[in-house]
Design a protein around this ligand. Sequence first.
Ligand code: DLL
Length: 437
Amino acid sequence: MRDPEHEQISREKLEQLQLERLQLKVKEVYERVPYYTQAFKSRGIKPADIKKLSDLTKLPFTSKLDFKKNYPLGLMAVPMERIVRIHSSSGTTDKPTIAPYTRGDIETWSEILARGLATAGITSKDIFQNAFGYGLFTGGMGYHYGVERLGAVVIPTSAGNTKRQITLMQDLGTTVLGCTPSYALIIGEVAREMGVDLRKTKLRLALCGAEPISEQMREDIKEGLGVDVISDYGLTEAMGPGVSIECPYHCGMHIPEDHFLVEVVDPNTGEQLPNGVQGELVITSLTKEAYPIIRFRTRDITSLNSEPCKCGRTLARMSRVTGRTDDMLKVKGVNVFPSQIENVLLKIEGVEPHYLIVVDRTEAFSCSDIEILVEVNDSIFSDKMQTIEKMEEKLRLALEAVLGIQTRIRLVEPKTLTRSEGKSKRVVDRSELSNLK
Ligand code: DLL
């Protein structure tokens, strides 16, 4: 354990530390960030009102919309002279979230990630091929600094150029691969095409994050790469990767609660929910300098568990993110999460881990219909038309049993759907359907 003092802290001591840090942060943002001054004042809150940890609920939520309204750097709590780096979320359709860091933030982030890597069982003896994208995205540079801090070797391949990734893995003896789950699938697929058996290389672990990963997807990655898969979670607003990470027991992702105060709330009412109940994750940063966040609504759906873990760590764990409050679709009035669809599809023999949900939207979340394009393996396509029809019917029934609505299924041949080296897009509007080759 890299930092037992914090990783095995008692709940009582942790809550004391969190309260002290929260009081300081609240005072700081109140004094330095006009947005927070205003938001607190409009609720009649002063920093001195935060006397105990449960007073957190007196503070207003912050949302993505508040970041948008204060674009680019309106929520910054330090002068520009103190900033040494800026990252950004992808924001393809909307204004991105800009994330500035002080030197202190980079130090803290690197340490959080080094601690997280150690939690995952990675040591200074490892060779970490960093196939998270470098650049504005927080994944590449974030992990780069974390791996160096841990003292392991980092190979900064960034995402892309898959054949070279595989050759480097063989030649340099990569032991850990870091990338999105989508890219891990591609690497497995391309290795197979190249005739490379990754089981014969030194690769022993894949660290996958930045997008949802279902249990079945994890199995597919394990199968493709021949190694165990560790999940990690993070978001630009909170810092980037490192908000939580699994240990080798795979029973939730450990949260560095000395740096992040987390809550799970009912997405509709904003009420705090007890441990074990799924809701929206809300994060307050306790140590960030440049861009502190107060009760930031992540929109990610998860649950918390504060029981000590088998690995000996006492910090809370969050369950796999099963969806986002904003990726829920209302199809013919029924709530549908893309993750439910993935869970059904990938369990069926012959289905490849590549699918696309095409929606006919009537409003933002409401759709009159959905069609699901599903890649299946060669054997199904090389068979008779009847086999294809039977398979479509099988998928339709399996989905209907879980979703309670009828969907349209279209089987497509292997490698028809566009692959992603970063985060993959699983839901598209019919009008955007250029995704098919
Ligand atoms: O994806 C940071 C990151 C980089 C995390 C590398 C892990 C590894 P954003 O681009 O701001 O930041 O996207 C954040 O991605 O709110 C989730 O919806 C989703 N996400 C991130 N990690 C996971 C995960 C980075 N393990 C958004 N499971 C978050 C499910 C995830 N969703």
